[in-house]
Design a protein. Structure first.
Length: 259
């Protein structure tokens, strides 16, 4: 039996709990439910905005805290708030780089979004699956909390330009996309901002690095080499293996009595 201080479990979504971009396997849902019933606080932390987390969860775990946009959005008790956004000067500088590199993009506001990429890009099928938002021009977004480049003349060059601007940059080579967030925004930084510093984390990609690095128990789903130094446990990227690992937490004993 595991002995853990942490009574919060933080789950990434895509590639960790969701493997088709749309749904979570019933075995995983059952295991997560058992964790909640055993007294664990649930947090779902994703690169997706909160708007695009809701259809995947499909009404499950309504009391969970949601972190979206790699930490730029937080939702608790059904209230979504932007906790990090691009300042006008920073967004202007990024858009200058977008122009130089002939980039197309998905830009998310707190709820609505702007999209200039091709209609058949794989990312498009994950955007607003629940038809909860509006597609608008970039200038119509009240603020931009996340900026995802889906095509450019030189993706690596654009990623480097973003880093020079002081942005948080995740270059997903396997998906040929570059994810920009304002300043030092990360899932872990969002967690600490809401007072969570002891937790178990499940993640699969480089944008989960800090989340896993600071977890009491860090579970890597799949084999991303960028997480080699921070994962305590690695499980296969398939529902049965993930569900089995989550189920261990429902049986875990606290390392010290709760007050």
């Amino acid at each position: 039996m595991l002995n853990l201080r942490a009574r919060t479990v933080v789950f990434d979504i895509d590639g960790t709990l969701c493997f088709d971009g749309r749904t979570i396997d019933d075995r995983i849902l059952t295991a997560v439910d058992a964790c909640e019933r055993a007294g664990h606080r649930l947090v779902f932390a994703s690169a997706r905005p909160v708007r695009d987390l809701l259809p995947v969860l499909d009404g499950a775990f309504p009391s969970a805290t949601l972190i979206g946009g790699n930490g730029s959005l937080v939702s608790a008790d059904g209230q979504v708030r932007a906790r990090a956004a691009f300042d006008p000067a920073g967004l202007g500088a990024l858009m200058d780089a977008v122009g130089r590199f002939e980039a197309t993009y998905l830009a998310d506001g707190p709820w609505d979004y702007a999209y200039t990429g091709p209609v058949d890009h794989p990312i498009r099928s994950r955007v607003d699956q629940g038809e909860l938002a509006r597609r608008v021009d970039l200038a119509e977004l009240p603020e931009v909390v996340k900026f995802l480049v889906v095509g450019a003349s030189d993706m690596a060059g654009l990623a480097a330009a973003g880093r020079r601007l002081g942005l948080t940059v995740n270059h997903h080579l396997d998906e040929a996309i570059v994810d920009f967030a304002p300043g030092s925004t990360t899932k872990w930084e969002a967690l600490t901002s809401i007072g969570i510093d002891e937790y178990v984390a499940f993640g699969n990609d480089i944008n989960d690095f800090d989340l896993l690095r600071n977890a009491e128990r860090a579970v890597r789903v799949g084999s991303h080499p960028g997480l080699d130094d921070v994962a305590h446990v690695t499980v296969a990227a398939e529902p049965a293996a993930v569900a089995a690992e989550i189920s261990l937490l429902a049986q875990a004993a606290p390392a010290y009595p709760s007050e």
